[in-house]
Design a protein around this ligand. Structure first.
Ligand code: MG
Ligand code: ZN
Length: 217
């Protein structure tokens, strides 16, 4: 026991995180659950997209959303109105979720009570990239209002993602260009799904759900 502890203490925090994240992924897989990690800057539209996803899926699936936020419960409260269960993790200044934080929340519920799990990660495009939460797919959301270089300037988070979502595409052509962002995302990772959405106008949401591999029967 003592020896085991010694070894694990020596491991860097991010390596311990990766081990726990793999355990979460395996557990979800063995129980036939889906788990998605949504990342993106503050104001990209993560919560709004989750509300739209929840509206479409909650009649058919039992959904649990873990919201990461530095200080408030605003996002979890919004999503809870859409027929899903939510919990807010206040990171108390921490700027990303990690596997331990997710595990703590999963230990408080019965995982078997749900079909699909989402995290809304803390809003930034830097460090959430380095902290695996154990999801099967990572989704990065940017909005076209974040500027034409937003993807170019944050390659690491896109390299680790399976889906890139360009949101607020209802503003496409009104001084903003979604195509530049789509191309930048594809350049970073050619096999990544890249989708244009508008949570406001409810466009691209069905495509996003399909990209998650979810079929509404
Ligand atoms: Mg939010
Ligand atoms: Zn951080």
């Amino acid at each position: 026991m003592t020896q085991e502890k010694k070894i694990s203490v020596k491991k860097p925090a991010y390596l311990q995180n990766d081990i726990l994240a793999d355990e979460i992924r395996e557990m979800m897989k063995s129980k036939n659950k889906l788990f998605f990690n949504i990342m993106g800057s503050i104001g990209a539209g993560k919560t709004f997209l989750l509300e739209r996803i929840a509206e479409k899926l909650s009649p058919y699936f039992r959904i649990f959303v873990i919201n990461g936020d530095i200080a408030t419960t605003i996002d979890a409260d919004r999503i809870a109105k859409k027929g899903v269960d939510t919990v807010q993790i206040n990171t108390g200044g921490g700027c990303h979720l990690n596997a331990k934080l997710i595990k703590n929340e999963l230990d408080k519920i019965n995982v078997d009570d749900y079909d699909i799990f989402f995290t809304e990660n803390v809003g930034n495009l830097i460090c959430p990239a380095a902290w695996d939460v154990g999801a099967q797919k990572n989704i990065v959301v940017v909005s076209i209002t974040e500027g034409e270089y937003v993807i170019k300037k944050h390659p690491i988070i896109f390299k680790g993602a399976q889906i890139a979502v360009i949101n607020k595409c209802d503003l496409d052509g009104l001084g903003f260009d979604s195509q530049v962002l789509v191309e930048d995302a594809k350049k970073i990772k050619s096999n990544m799904d890249v989708l244009c959405t508008s949570a406001k106008q409810i466009t691209g949401i069905d495509e996003l759900i399909a990209s998650l591999g979810i079929k509404i029967q």
